[in-house]
Design a protein around this ligand. Structure first.
Ligand code: FMN
Length: 174
């Protein structure tokens, strides 16, 4: 059966190896591409209707406020039907030790009951944070498989590990 790779990723200023850097492409998006190249499947990018600011300080302020207030921002594009898929890879950057709020919006709107979900997360040292646990909470009818965390600055170096993990979950030999 086909699988879907859903991800949220933020390009622009980001915290990389202890300093603010401008990333033309987000780390999680890159990880999603590596997984797609390894196992095939369709991609869906989760985006908030109101885009996040590229400026790092503004991004920090908005995301912290959203999290503190438990706000689930509306999405630019509604989740697609998950009907054709049995396995869904769910990629997120660790934000404030948990899921970015647009991913919470996605997970609560998407029909994940009966699906297998596999999380991949890029981070700056905080691993998956509470993200995977939160995924179980927001998707009680889904089976959440063991996910994979990689350091955002090391996504390219981790390509083989990401690919091997995804292939194993997708049941692809070799
Ligand atoms: C608002 C914000 C909060 C973050 N919080 C954490 C955190 O709690 N723990 C951590 O390890 N990394 C944290 N990071 C770093 C990101 O997880 C890391 O840079 C990630 O690779 C970004 O992925 P992206 O480029 O796909 O958005 C944070 C980054 C941002 C912008």
């Amino acid at each position: 059966m086909a699988h879907l790779i859903v991800y949220f990723s933020h390009e622009g200023q980001n915290w990389v190896n202890g300093e603010v850097k401008d990333l033309p492409k987000g780390n999680t998006e890159r990880a999603a591409e590596i997984i797609r190249d390894a196992v095939g499947g369709d991609m869906f990018r989760v985006e908030a209707k109101e885009p996040y600011p590229a400026d790092y300080q503004a991004l920090i302020a908005r995301t912290k406020e959203e999290l503190d207030e438990g706000r689930r921002p509306p999405l630019r594009i509604a989740p697609p039907s998950l009907e054709p898929y049995d396995l869904i890879f769910v990629g997120y950057p660790n934000w404030w030790n948990t899921l970015p709020m647009p991913m919470v919006t996605f997970l609560t709107l998407a029909e994940t009951a009966g699906k297998r979900l596999a999380a991949f997360c890029t981070n700056e040292g905080g691993s998956m944070g509470m993200g995977e646990r939160e995924m179980r909470r927001f998707c009680p009818g889904a089976q959440v498989l063991e996910g994979l965390a990689v350091k955002g600055a090391e996504v390219e170096k981790e390509a083989a590990r990401l690919s091997a993990w995804a292939r194993k979950i997708a049941g692809i030999q070799g």
